[in-house]
Ligand binder design. Structure first.
Ligand SMILES: C[S@@+](CC[C@H](N)C(=O)[O-])C[C@H]1O[C@@H](n2cnc3c(N)ncnc32)[C@H](O)[C@@H]1O
Length: 611
């Protein structure tokens, strides 16, 4: 029976062996006595607490969100030429900052505890009809129905599971800022009190702005709310870094004195720490900083937060990074950073913004770490085959729920004590009878066991026969697990995942980069029209969702200004035909990165003679 199951396995969900630090439950709902009996549940929504025979059992968010250990796939490393200056750490194993594409809950669950100094998040709010779709790609919106089922409680459980991981990731001296607005702020405050502790609440910052429409019959809603909590009693707050001059309402007088009635006060010439309401202009459409979608936050806002609550070299994280404001500002202030987003387009836009920043200014000022772009749960299949053997093995074993090893040439890992063997990376490779014989011998000699599993794309008929003979004559059992690339919409995949985790059925998929077709024509002197509208997504139901253009490609993609996130003003659809006027004639390298709405992306480079 066990054998049959294994044979039919595909890369999929696995359980964790890594224990998660469980803080004392009471720490989570420590409501001050002066509050009396607060009419809220004591535990954060989404936690189940069972008390049996005086023993308290807590199922954290695993019930709603099972633990799924899947590997990260590095799809890119953006190099700034200082790679060797940064030592690997547990959080930055390749010495590079990290930009993740995938669901942040599962990404965070794989990062080490107490490793981050500052977290800022600006999570989306999903209300029934009018939810917050920014990039419009499938991955961004796919969890929408899951989250909103059950209304506000559903949203809170979704967010709580993530806030809980953020608490785990913060260093004891860390801080967190959660940016929301009137829709959910009051509900989330209650949950944050339970998760981080009321005593760790510092401020509710009101960010006021004037931009946008106004009702004729009421007060315009012109502020957002930012909840600021600490992880513990020690923390960073760099008052001098964020002081502002006194303004007229604060009584600024250039002589450094202020009269209140007939009393004279001295004014600190360095200014004051801002109040808990911030008057920072929202980004209007003409702003240079703007990359073209509704929820982008001004860099000034992030600057204030990052300067106050972290130091140079500290780690700043944003797990809902959208257009990448946080990592970009963190980079410019010489902090290390971690960022993630579920939308591939958001990840590309972020990547591009950081690239441009480093290229324009930073390299000259700071020694800048490289950064990697890593996928979680959505994998580029062509890349998998091209991996070096050891990385391919590690990936497969991780996806299978095991741990890789490199002690013995014929045993590549273990899972629940069972030794594993992984075949070659190429799709048409096969595991042969020789492989079976070597593996059987290794597990017996080196591990004193007669049971092992071999994972590979294909198994030669003689390999199967060899396993049968070993089983019949020597009572050795070698199971075969055939690797299979499963697509999100595949029935196979659905069956496989949904029977295991009904609550969470859309997790792992393999995608193809789109097929890119380009044509171009000269329209006038130095002016050209480029057209990629014939490009097609190779993923099921996929459509091309974004194109970024770099009209002056220099070995690293960073899009030309205004050509990163182009949308048709009326339809909101991506613009696939663009016109560009070059500043001079001659040979030009043009790069364009075409993305589909499923996470597929391909960058092509062409060379043209501009006249
Ligand atoms: C409001 S936007 C953030 C905007 C950002 N602060 C900026 O200034 O550009 C929220 C982002 O969260 C992302 N998101 C939503 N659910 C997510 C999840 N489970 N994991 C990772 N990202 C997620 C969305 O794709 C969206 O880009």
């Amino acid at each position: 029976m066990a054998k049959k199951n294994l044979e039919e396995s595909t890369i999929s969900i696995v359980d964790s062996e890594t224990p998660l630090e469980i803080p004392q439950q009471t720490e989570f709902y420590d409501i001050p006595t002066r509050f009396g009996s607060v009419p809220v549940d004591q535990a954060p929504l989404g936690w189940t607490i069972e008390t049996r025979r005086r023993e308290t059992k807590i199922t954290k968010f695993e019930h709603a969100y099972p633990r799924i250990y899947l590997p990260f796939q590095e799809v890119q490393r953006v190099e700034f030429d200082y790679g060797d200056k940064f030592e690997p750490t547990e959080l930055f194993p390749k010495g590079a900052n990290r930009l993740f594409f995938g669901d942040n809950l599962h990404i965070m669950r794989q990062l080490p505890s107490k490793s981050i100094d500052l977290i800022y998040i600006d999570p989306p709010f999903f209300s029934g009809r009018n939810y917050n779709v920014i990039f419009g790609d499938k991955n961004e919106v796919r969890s929408f129905t899951d989250i909103w089922e059950g209304g506000m409680p559903g949203y809170l459980i979704w967010l709580n599971a993530r806030l809980y991981e953020m608490k785990r990731l913060l260093k004891d001296t860390g801080s967190i800022y959660v940016h929301l607005d009137w829709h959910a702020i009051h509900y989330v405050k209650v949950e944050m009190d339970k998760i981080f502790g009321v005593d760790n609440f510092r401020n509710e910052i009101i960010w006021g702005y004037k931009l946008g429409g106004r009702p004729k019959d009421g007060w315009a809603r012109k502020h957002d709310n930012i909840l600021y909590y600490l992880r513990g009693s020690k923390f960073t707050f760099n008052a001098d870094e964020v002081k502002v001059p006194y303004d007229s309402t604060g009584g600024y007088i250039s002589s450094g004195r202020k009269m209140v009635g007939d009393k004279e006060y001295k004014i600190d010439p360095r200014g004051k720490i801002p109040e808990d309401w911030w008057d920072i202009p929202a980004l209007n459409h003409m702003e240079k900083e703007r990359i073209g979608y509704p929820t982008q936050k001004p860099a000034k806002l992030l600057e204030r937060i990052i300067k106050a609550s972290s130091n140079e070299g500290d780690v700043v994280a944003d797990f809902f990074c959208g257009g990448g404001t946080t990592p970009t500002v963190a980079q410019s202030l010489n902090r290390r950073w971690i960022a993630s987003d579920q939308s591939r387009i958001a990840v590309s836009v972020t990547q591009d913004r950081i690239n441009r920043l480093v290229e324009e200014k930073l390299g000259k000022l700071f020694v800048v770490p490289d950064f990697t772009v890593e996928n979680w749960g959505i994998y580029e299949s062509p890349r998998l085959e091209k991996l070096p053997k050891n990385e391919f093995r590690e990936f497969v074993i991780r996806a299978f729920g095991g741990k890789s090893e490199s002690v013995s040439p014929n045993i590549h890992g273990v899972r629940y004590g069972v030794p594993l063997f992984v075949g070659e990376p190429t799709r048409n490779s096969r595991i042969t009878k020789d492989d079976v014989a070597k593996f059987a011998e290794a597990i017996f000699k080196e591990r004193r066991t007669n049971f092992g599993a071999m994972l590979g794309w294909n198994f030669a008929p003689d390999a199967r026969k060899a396993a049968e003979i070993l089983s019949a004559r020597e009572n050795k059992r070698i199971d075969f697990v055939r690797l299979n690339l499963v697509r999100l919409e595949d029935d196979n995949y659905r069956d496989h995942i949904t029977t295991k985790h009904k609550d969470y059925n859309q997790l792992l998929s393999f995608i193809q980069p789109p097929e890119v077709r380009i044509s171009y024509e000269r329209i006038s002197k130095l002016k050209y029209r480029f057209d990629v509208s014939e490009s097609v997504s190779l993923n099921k139901d996929g459509i091309i969702a974004n194109v970024q253009w770099d009209f002056d490609y220099k070995n690293r993609f960073s899009s030309s200004e205004g050509f990163a996130f182009l949308r048709d003003k009326k339809s909101g659809k991506p613009v696939l035909v663009v016109e560009y006027e070059f500043s001079s004639a001659g040979k030009k390298k043009i790069a364009f990165s075409v993305q589909d709405d499923q996470g597929g992306e391909r960058t092509e480079i062409i060379e043209i003679e501009v006249k």
